[in-house]
Design a protein around this ligand. Structure first.
Ligand SMILES: Nc1ncnc2c1ncn2[C@@H]1O[C@H](COP(=O)(O)OP(=O)(O)OP(=O)(O)O)[C@@H](O)[C@H]1O
Length: 507
């Protein structure tokens, strides 16, 4: 049996009187992938932070090579060969990719910063992990997926003994996921220990030699990876047998157009797109990351420069800034919940009611108790798991932040709800819940647009899917045509678009 690189014995973490992790005992061995799975808020990220010096345990100990170790700072864990690749993107946006890779450990020659060498090494590290951005590009100008890859390249710059990945594939395309999984297998074969958190149980099943399950801060057990089916893992995480993931598709009466968009153009990303979503309809937007889907909606909703003619329930509307969209009755849930969706340093209640101040506080009378009531209601309705109502948004687990954001958008009572990547970072049980919320929305006469990189998700919940490629709509699929093959073909190949695929559905 390979030797453990790191052992945790009876590890526990409390914030004040609140216990978020208790009595975790496990080891991570050289040359193995050890996966940690659990529902949103189960304590996975907290465990990773304890192991890598970002958070200090309340009790318990860490051991390396039969000696106890303490990591009061991440730098000390790194010096011992342990690095964490964060779930959140922690890069300096105003610096270049190469500057980020070497931030805090810049290379110098004769006392002068050696940009050329840093750029060369950056190029080769990025190529190794299949990332094609230029080392001299500013981080603020590159996509979320590329930022994640840059962060991974930064972690792989040194020779570590244990690399901890906290949901590394959440923002990657399927090709990028394959490249990353291949890198992980390569690291493992080099004898590096890998700790891997993911909500994507298919990845866990493919990669993991052992799987540790956490539930509500407690360790349920460690199991050999090969013996567990994805359903076994899901049931262990949740502690009960799970029902089906997607709601049964009902035949809904999809009638008049709710939102009609024509000639949407977002310079540099999207040209001349037209489509309509109907009352009672869930319309999907598929395509590769980078196809322009997010930019299309950011352009339409005044979040970035763009032009489009819009009609809501047949009436012309003009959106110049995000508030115009909210007032018109269009709710938008961003894919970038930490960057653009929530104020992480603010309280949960004020985050929740921020876009719906006039609804929650009529007559401009701001009352804290109303914010609190709205929060209690949202926690109950959306099953947001939290240990205290007085947390800041940044102290919620990732999946619960997503649910808070959904609650925030729906509090404005929009007629059209646009959700970009609805279940990114969401565990399997909560996914089913979010799908059922979306179904309920359209059953009450709203229209919903879902942008997703997960084809199964689009197929599972949508009535119709428009596929984008290189800033245009490359096709539409409905009914039995909604298959992964058809969507992938439209997303990647140069299938020419027939006139009826201009996106406007004729009813
Ligand atoms: N600084 C903090 N103060 C108080 N509670 C915290 C703090 N940080 C985390 N928590 C709580 O600890 C619990 C575990 O959170 P953690 O982020 O470890 O969960 P997770 O399993 O990684 O979830 P997800 O899958 O949603 O990312 C959550 O209830 C969270 O609100």
């Amino acid at each position: 049996m390979p030797r453990p690189v790191l052992e945790a014995k009876g590890l526990a973490k409390k914030y004040g009187q609140v216990s978020v992790l208790s009595d975790v005992t496990l080891d991570i061995r050289a040359g193995e992938v050890h996966a940690i799975i659990g529902e949103n808020g189960a304590g996975k990220s907290t465990l990773m932070r304890l192991l890598s010096g970002y958070v200090e345990p309340t009790s318990g100990s860490l051991w390396m090579d039969s000696a106890e170790v303490v990591f009061p700072k991440p730098a000390m864990a790194q010096a011992s060969g342990i690095v964490l690749v964060h779930q959140e993107i922690l890069l300096a946006e105003a610096l270049t990719v190469a500057e980020n890779l070497f931030l805090g450990r810049e290379l110098t020659r004769n006392g002068i910063i050696d940009d050329r060498t840093m750029q060369r090494i950056t190029s080769s590290k990025l190529a190794e992990i299949g990332c094609r951005v230029s080392p001299s590009a500013l981080v603020r100008d590159i996509s979320l997926a590329d930022r994640q890859l840059v962060q991974i390249a930064r972690a792989l710059l040194d020779n570590y003994r244990l690399v901890i990945f906290d949901e590394p594939t959440a923002v990657l395309t399927s090709d990028e996921v394959e490249t990353l999984l291949a890198i992980i297998v390569r690291l493992k074969n080099q004898g590096i220990a890998i700790l891997y958190i993911s909500h994507r149980l298919d990845e866990v099943q493919r990669l993991a030699d052992r799987v540790t399950v956490l539930r509500d801060g407690k360790m349920i057990g460690t199991y050999p990876g090969r013996t567990l089916s994805q359903m076994d893992m899901a049931n262990l995480m949740v502690g009960r047998e799970l029902a089906t993931l997607y709601p049964k598709k009902s035949i809904r009466c999809i009638s008049e157009p709710m939102l009609e968009v024509s000639g949407a153009t977002v310079p540099g990303f999207v040209s001349d797109i037209s489509f309509a979503v109907h009352k009672g309809e869930i319309l999907g937007f598929g395509g590769m990351i980078g196809a322009g889907r997010t930019e299309l909606f950011e352009g339409i909703l005044g979040l970035r420069p763009g032009t489009a003619k819009l009609r809501l329930r047949g009436e012309s509307i003009h959106i110049r800034k995000p508030l115009d969209a909210i007032e018109a009755g269009i709710g938008y849930l961003t894919e970038d919940r930490k960057g653009k969706g929530l104020l992480l340093g603010e309280q949960l209640a004020s985050n929740l009611t921020l876009s719906a101040l006039s609804r929650v506080h009529p007559h401009r009378l701001l009352r804290k108790s109303r914010d609190r009531e709205a929060l209690v209601h949202a926690v109950d309705t959306y099953d947001i798991r939290l240990k205290s109502y007085s947390l800041q948004a940044g102290q919620l687990s990732g999946g619960n932040q997503q649910k808070l954001l959904l609650a925030k958008v729906l509090l404005t009572n929009p007629s059209v709800v646009i959700i970009d990547e609805p279940t990114r970072g969401i565990d399997i049980a909560n996914k089913a819940q979010i799908y059922s919320f979306i179904h309920k929305l359209v059953e009450t006469g709203k229209a919903c647009i879902v942008i997703s990189s997960e084809m199964q998700e689009l197929i599972g919940i949508c009535d119709r899917i428009l596929v984008m490629r290189e800033g245009r709509i490359s096709g539409e699929v409905t009914g039995a045509d909604m298959t992964e093959n058809k969507i992938a073909l439209l997303a990647t190949s140069n299938v020419s678009m027939s006139k009826e695929f201009q996106g406007v559905r004729h009813t």
